[in-house]
Unconditional design. Sequence first.
Length: 400
Amino acid sequence: MFILQKFIKSPASFRQGASFFNSYLKLSRNSVFILNSYASSFSTSNHQHQLLIQKYNSGLRASRYCKFDESIPHFQEIISTITSNRAQPSREDSLLLVQAYHQLGEALRKKERFVDSLKEYMKGLKLVKTNNLEKTKEAGLLYHSITELSIEESQFEEARACLEKAKDVFSGLGEESYLIENEYLMGLLCEKSNKTAEAIEIWENILKSNKKGSQEFNLGQIYLNLGKSYLKEENQNKAHECFEKSVEVTAHQFGEESIELLPVCLKLTDILYEHRLCKEGVVYAERSVKVAEKHLKADDADLARCYDKLGRLYSWETEYHAKAPQTLQKALDIYLNRPRENKEQIANLYVRIGDAFSHLRDLDQVFDALCKGEDFAKENFPSKHPIHFDFTCLWRRNWG
């Protein structure tokens, strides 16, 4: 099973972000699941239990729209309420508590608090084992989440062990959609462990079999990762075909401007930027901004990340240079609302804004960005921090 101490020693790799696999779809499906599972278990007179269920679903709705600061307290209150009760929790209470630990872990993961996220997963897993809940959906979903963390951390044996446990759970329950997720995660495991051909075969088989054509599974995510693998195999034509299909399928399934498009477009943006296919990446980055502006608050850090990604792509392509400074400035303005939480992002954005104005030969604006950026860096970073070298390079590039 996942080794917590090993994870705590090396969390840096998670800064690339954990998998976006079916995040929003899982939330909506879990919302329906929790209502169906518990509504029949409690009488309408049991007011406290009804409130807990309502709070759980409120937390899910907040998470679905990336409002994790709102969702986290909901799940924490559920945990506190159930665990503070001196009486032995019922099976229904225990299942709800496992779900709360799981969703709290998911929300913390989206906030990039990865060590805290794993701790919540492990609390849920401990509860599963001590309350004989190993054959429940809640247990299987926990194994899937721990699998994703294990894959990202390159702990492949742990990931494979969790997948086997999840497969056993969902096979026993006859849950085909979750078994497809198991196959999908096996594809991720193969791809991360450089078994690209095996990953492609797994994902192609899922798509060809059409085992689940309902709303319960986001096939767009499979097309996305399939395209990434084809790009890794240097098959750009096939990769772009899959990328287009990924957005098309997701938009058809959830809506042209649905929140489910956001993780898909952001992931495509990262993939294409990594391969320096920036012109193609602009298309998806612009769409991610459009979706984010519709669904997220104006001061949301996730919206800032969308602006930042788009601004960087604009900076790489000559025809978009004029748009880069303004787009990057939007990201900076959001981060400046919480400077203590976003020091690295702020400092790097000053560098990127200065570089963007440098492309436009606007030296006055370059000078302004550099001065503000250096002042911020001196206040927030030690003298030997790499960010100071970035500012020095930009000075030399423009003024020798």
